[in-house]
Structure formats: structure tokens, C-alpha cells
Ligand binder design. Structure first.
Ligand code: ATP
Length: 370
């Protein structure tokens, strides 16, 4: 990329200048999809509210892209129905083709046309408008992403971040009812990713477009989403706000997906589970039930010796504002992990340990229920 193109290149347009779209709601009803013997989606039902930013989150191969492609109409599900504003766009009796759905797409690799300049890339999706109006709409979108001075440049002359901004301008220029984004920032390096993500989010908020955003990164999903839909092996596991999924995960695997956890096992007696770290409430389990106890490292607190459970600091990793401690506790085979703000981190080796109640989660033991 030339020096000239770099100057002022990360400046975005004025917030609030993108215009507003007529957002639509989406309803997925019992969507299943198979590629031959591979069942990519299994009976997924989900509502996306108008104007909402929903993240489809899950590990590679869980079916995120397939659900996005079905939404766009590029893929047709094996069974189930998809409604846009309550009207079926794909189902047993009806199929509205992609170009008639008013849905915008932003891909991981930007998918710009290499032989068209920036302006033509953006006006491409506006061919139904008279040329003057198409140009005006394209310039509004390009100006919002700060690239209105780049109209005659070609994609290869732009950085990855700039190409992503052109892709966003192209997607929002026709004022789509729904915007679909497939891992849109994964090609960008860390610093740039934060900036492009924050600005993209601002654009989505002000256009009030219903947006479905695919990512495999739980931290990114928590930053971006109004709600997260977690997929695993084609199943929809949980839908909720980032706070719901973090604080009230549906199962142990979900808890682990959102960060490191301490795991203990135990058996329930009279509403409590007894572990080497003490007794924890397990009110919704029956007597004799085998359970897993999950404690987030952020919920492990240390105090002076004699206050709480006895423990010994066996290692300390400095992570900037946080310390990551490994604590030895009698009766526990593996070290207990604690993540403490540096100022709260103990200086002594022998400490007392306590647990923040909300950081302790109890789940049915997986091998006990399978
Ligand atoms: P990633 O994050 O790696 O893109 P994903 O969660 O988006 O993964 P999908 O791309 O939707 O997952 O794939 C779901 C499953 O369907 C995977 O097992 C994948 O191998 C399979 N699959 C996807 N597309 C096809 C295809 N065209 N033909 C055959 N199998 C496919």
C-alpha cells in the first residue's frame, strides 16, 4: 500500500451519518440441514428481533456459516422454515431468491470485485436505482466509513482494514433489512480489529439494521452482541445476553468455552455438594446425584491465613493488571486457579481462601447423564 493511501486512512466518517434501514425480524423454525451424511444443523429454532445484533458463536464446524447461508438464501435447508418479518422466505412451499430478500452480506475475505474500483464495488448492489441515486447512496456509505476519497482506488491498493470498510459500505448502502457478517474481522491484526469492530458496531447501531454476526471467539461475541446464540455440533445450545451465557451457562462445556474454570466433582446431600473446597449449595439436585462444580478463577478470593479455607500459593503469573495464582489446597489433586487484581493479590505464601457465590456453578455430571 502506498504512503499516500495510508495517510488519515483509519479515519471513519461522522457518527450518525449512515442513515436508517427498515430492519426486519427473522424467525428460524426447526431448521435442519445435511450435506450428504454430515448433519450440519439439527432442529434449530431461533428468533432474531428487529434491530438486534445477534452473534452466532461456536467452534469451527458447528454450523454457523451454514445457518448464515440459509438466511441469505445461498443454501436451502433440508427441512424447517425461515420467516422474515413473519413471512416465509424459505420453506416447503416457498423460496424467495437471495436478491429479493433485502439482506446484506459481509464475508471474512471481504469478497470485493478486484476489477472494479471502490465506488463501483459499492454501487454494484444499487443497480436497481437510477445512477445518480446509486452514486449518492454509495457516497453516503463510503463517507460514513471514511473512504469517500478513495472512490477510484482498486481493492489491491487498500489495506485489509480499508477493504473491510468498503465491504461494510457496500453492504449498508442498499439499506438492507438484515445484515449478515461472517467472521468479518478475523483477517485483521489485533489493534486494527478492535478499531474496525468498534466503528462497525457504531454503524450497525445507527442504521438499526438487524445483524447476525458469526464468530468463533467468545470474547468478540461478548463485546459485540445484544444476544448470543451458541451452537455446538449443529445444535443450538443456548441463546441469551452475553451476561446470561457467562453467568448462567447451560452446561459445563459452555462455561469452559467462556474462559478457564476450576472443576470439582461431588455428590449431592440435602441440597449441598461436598467437595475438598467445602460445601456448596445445589438446591435443584436430588440426594445422591453426581454433579460437577465449576468455579471461575475470578471468583476465588484470598485473605490472610486463618480466614477461610487453608491454601498455599505455589505459583504466581503476572498478567499486567491481574495475577494468575495456583493454590494448593489439601484434598485437591490439582492446583486451584485464582485470578486476582494485582492490588488484591496476596504477598504471603499461606493464605485463607473464599469463594464468590455467583462464581460457583453446579451441573449434572456429564457421564452420569449420558
Ligand atoms: P467455521 O467456523 O470453520 O467456518 P462453521 O461453524 O461455520 O465452521 P459450517 O461451515 O457451517 O461450520 O459447517 C458445518 C458442517 O458442515 C461441518 O462439518 C462442515 O464440514 C460441513 N459442511 C459445510 N459446508 C459443506 C459442504 N458444502 N459440503 C459438505 N459439507 C459441508
Amino acid at each position: 500500500m502506498s504512503k499516500r493511501l495510508q495517510n488519515g486512512a483509519d479515519r471513519w466518517g461522522e457518527r450518525g451519518s449512515a442513515g436508517v434501514s427498515f430492519a426486519a425480524s427473522l424467525t428460524f423454525l426447526n431448521i435442519s440441514h445435511a450435506f450428504g451424511a454430515v448433519e450440519a444443523l439439527k432442529d434449530v429454532s431461533l428468533d432474531v428481533q428487529s434491530g438486534e445484533i445477534l452473534c452466532l458463536l461456536g467452534q469451527s464446524g458447528c454450523g454457523k456459516t451454514t445457518l448464515l447461508r440459509i438466511t441469505a438464501g445461498i443454501e436451502v435447508q433440508t427441512s424447517g422454515r425461515l420467516l422474515l418479518n413473519g413471512i416465509e422466505v424459505s420453506g416447503p412451499d416457498r423460496f424467495i431468491p437471495p436478491e429479493e430478500r433485502n439482506i446484506g452480506l459481509v464475508f471474512q475475505d471481504y469478497a470485493l470485485f478486484p476489477h472494479l474500483n471502490v465506488l463501483k464495488n459499492v454501487t454494484f448492489g444499487l443497480r436497481k436505482l437510477p445512477p445518480d441515486e446509486a452514486r449518492k447512496a454509495a457516497m453516503t456509505a463510503l463517507s460514513r466509513v471514511g473512504l469517500d476519497h478513495y472512490t477510484d482506488k482498486y481493492p489491491h491498493m487498500l489495506s485489509g482494514g480499508q477493504q473491510q470498510r468498503v465491504a461494510l459500505a457496500r453492504a449498508i448502502a442498499p439499506r438492507p433489512a438484515v445484515l449478515l457478517m461472517d467472521e468479518p474481522f478475523s483477517g485483521l491484526d489485533n489493534n486494527l480489529r478492535d478499531k474496525v469492530r468498534a466503528e462497525t458496531l457504531a454503524v450497525l447501531r445507527e442504521t438499526r439494521t438487524t445483524s447476525i454476526f458469526v464468530t468463533h471467539d467468545p470474547e468478540e461475541a461478548m463485546r459485540v452482541a445484544d444476544r448470543i446464540a451458541l451452537l455446538r455440533e449443529g445444535h443450538l445450545i443456548q441463546v441469551g445476553t452475553p451476561d446470561d451465557l457467562y453467568r448462567k451457562p447451560a452446561d459445563m462445556e459452555t462455561a469452559k468455552f467462556f474462559g478457564q474454570v476450576n472443576v470439582l466433582t461431588g455428590t449431592v446431600e440435602s441440597g449441598y455438594v461436598k467437595t475438598p473446597l467445602g460445601r456448596f449449595p445445589a438446591p435443584h439436585f436430588s440426594n445422591g446425584e453426581n454433579v460437577d462444580v465449576c468455579i471461575r478463577p475470578q471468583g476465588v478470593m484470598t485473605d490472610s491465613r486463618g480466614n477461610g479455607l487453608e491454601g498455599r500459593v505455589i505459583s504466581r503469573q503476572f498478567l499486567g493488571e491481574l495475577d494468575l495464582l495456583e493454590l494448593a489446597v489439601e484434598g485437591l489433586d490439582v492446583p486451584l486457579i485464582a485470578r486476582l487484581p494485582a492490588e488484591a493479590s496476596p504477598r504471603e505464601r499461606d493464605v485463607g481462601i473464599r469463594f464468590e457465590e455467583s462464581a460457583v456453578l453446579v451441573f449434572p455430571r456429564k457421564d452420569a447423564i449420558s
